[in-house]
Design a protein around this ligand. Structure first.
Ligand code: TYD
Ligand code: MG
Length: 456
């Protein structure tokens, strides 16, 4: 019998890079101080994956030989989540839900469990973080639960695996992957080799048994799930749950999806009775917009297939220090600097002795260039201290020569603005011919940033 050999390996906790010696900087992801020593049991980890499947070696098949048994997607009865998943949960898929601690991952998944269990499907919720009583307390806040939801507090991978095999639930929740511990791996729970080992087992369970598994993963301070990229490529779908902990709304963002488009977002609001869906995020984002204030304009960004209106605020004031301060909240800082340079050079606004702050109200993070025109107009409005028409929305990308370039899905953006009562839309001139019907709204096509500034 081959004797198990324990070797020491160093793993980057950020990207999973493996090295035989400690290094200050990871050659893989260039992060500093991320290497941690882990002891791995080479014999058992290699052999376990084959014996674990417990299946015969199968022969390869032709596409035509594969029977599709109407792979119906399972609805979570939450439209916002269904959309991010690409229409519902695909049976046999492995889904990673990442996010900061306390953002609401457990709450969201418990609500999903309730909805699916109420459909008459078998659901298993495995928690390594909370006791059964704590889960019950949370469940009481959320509402009524049926008989089909089973709860288990467990962190041992072998026990979890056996339970899933015995019960064979339609949906399993692992909360969280960082608490799952395998005896075969000697390193601590949450380390790269533990996370990798556990995910591998869940992958085989999901694919082998055809039931779906949600894995909860906490995000480290750098913004990645611990042992993250190791995990991201193994699972079918990666969702991040984000939002300002001080604001009540939460955004679920699809980062990877083998069964649907990415970039879709779902918007939720955290209430005292759990998460509720926000079906019209634009309205939500624009609530509290000041009237007649300078430095404020509404722009539109496409999040996947859905347009979202948001208010861009800018404050430009004379600096009291030697060099001006620039700050961007909710958008790319470098992009704001670039747009201000374009305004200085192409429009002749002298802002080199001014502090400038740009903020996307509501706490959304948008990096789509379509909001460039909004940023430029908000900055100019604040600089000149002249308010922009409250019922005006602007979208377009700005190039370095000060030209306004086209954006995609112009009609959807305009329609969204019309729906919320905007009467004027400033759009790139090149997009005008794509607009077929725009009743009840005045469309102004601009070809340069100067044209747009002249409207203020
Ligand atoms: P939780 O789901 O435990 O976060 P995670 O699993 O991502 O760590 O969310 C906990 C937060 O949500 C906590 O601050 C309390 C709050 N919360 C509500 O505001 N309302 C509710 O109905 C529930 C269940 C939680
Ligand atoms: Mg939790």
């Amino acid at each position: 019998m081959a004797k198990a050999k324990i070797t020491t390996v160093f793993y980057c906790q950020s990207c999973g890079y493996e090295s035989s010696k400690w290094m200050g900087q990871c050659p893989g992801c260039r992060e500093w101080n991320t290497f941690v020593e882990e002891k791995i049991n080479t014999k058992t980890t290699v052999s376990s994956s084959l014996s674990r499947t417990g299946r015969e070696v199968e022969k390869p098949l032709m596409l035509s030989e594969i029977a599709l048994n109407d792979e119906e997607r399972m609805s979570t009865h939450m439209d916002e989540l269904n959309r991010v998943l690409g229409g519902g949960i695909v049976p046999g898929s492995l889904i990673l839900v990442g996010g900061d601690p306390g953002i609401g991952k457990s709450t969201l998944l418990l609500q999903v469990c309730r909805n699916i269990a109420n459909d008459g499907r078998k659901v298993l919720y495995i928690s390594g973080e909370e006791s059964l009583r704590q889960i019950k307390l949370r469940a009481n806040r959320i509402g009524e639960f049926g008989e089909n939801l089973l709860l288990l507090c467990e962190t041992d991978l072998a026990v979890i695996e056996t339970t899933i095999r015995n019960i064979s639930p339609d949906i399993t929740i692992i909360d969280s992957i960082q608490t799952v511990y395998s005896g075969d791996v000697t390193s601590a729970p949450g380390s790269v080799s533990q996370v990798r080992e556990a995910t591998n087992v869940f992958l085989q369970l999901a694919k082998g048994m055809g039931n779906s598994i949600f894995i909860v993963g906490h995000v480290t301070k750098e913004g990645t799930v611990a042992g993250p990229r190791v995990l991201e490529h193994m699972v079918d779908t990666v969702l991040y749950f984000e939002g300002d902990r001080h604001a009540s709304y939460r955004i679920l963002r699809g980062v990877k999806n083998r069964f649907g488009s990415t970039n879709e977002i779902g918007v939720f609001e955290m209430r005292d009775k759990g998460l509720i869906e926000v079906h019209n995020p634009s309205e939500f984002m624009l609530s509290g917009k000041p009237e007649g204030a300078s430095g404020s304009i509404v722009s539109c960004s496409m999040e996947g297939t859905r347009p979202i209106l948001l208010e861009i605020q800018a404050l430009v004031s004379r600096t009291s220090f030697g060099f001006p301060r620039r700050q961007a909240i909710g958008t790319d800082f470098n992009r704001v600097n670039l747009l201000m340079a374009v305004l200085e050079k192409r429009v002749g606004l002298q802002m080199s002795d001014c502090d400038a702050y740009v903020n996307l109200a509501g706490g959304m993070r948008i990096t789509e260039p379509a909001i460039d025109l909004g940023i430029a107009m908000a900055v100019t409005s604040s600089f000149k201290n002249r308010p922009i028409d409250d019922k005006m929305a602007a979208f377009g990308e700005i190039g370095l020569s000060g030209e306004v370039r086209g954006v995609s899905m112009i009609e959807q953006r305009i329609n969204e603005a019309v729906k919320l009562g905007f009467t004027t839309c400033v759009v790139p001139k090149v997009c005008l011919k794509q607009i077929k019907n725009a009743d009840g709204v005045k469309i102004i096509g601009v070809s340069s940033v100067q044209d747009a500034i002249d409207l203020i």
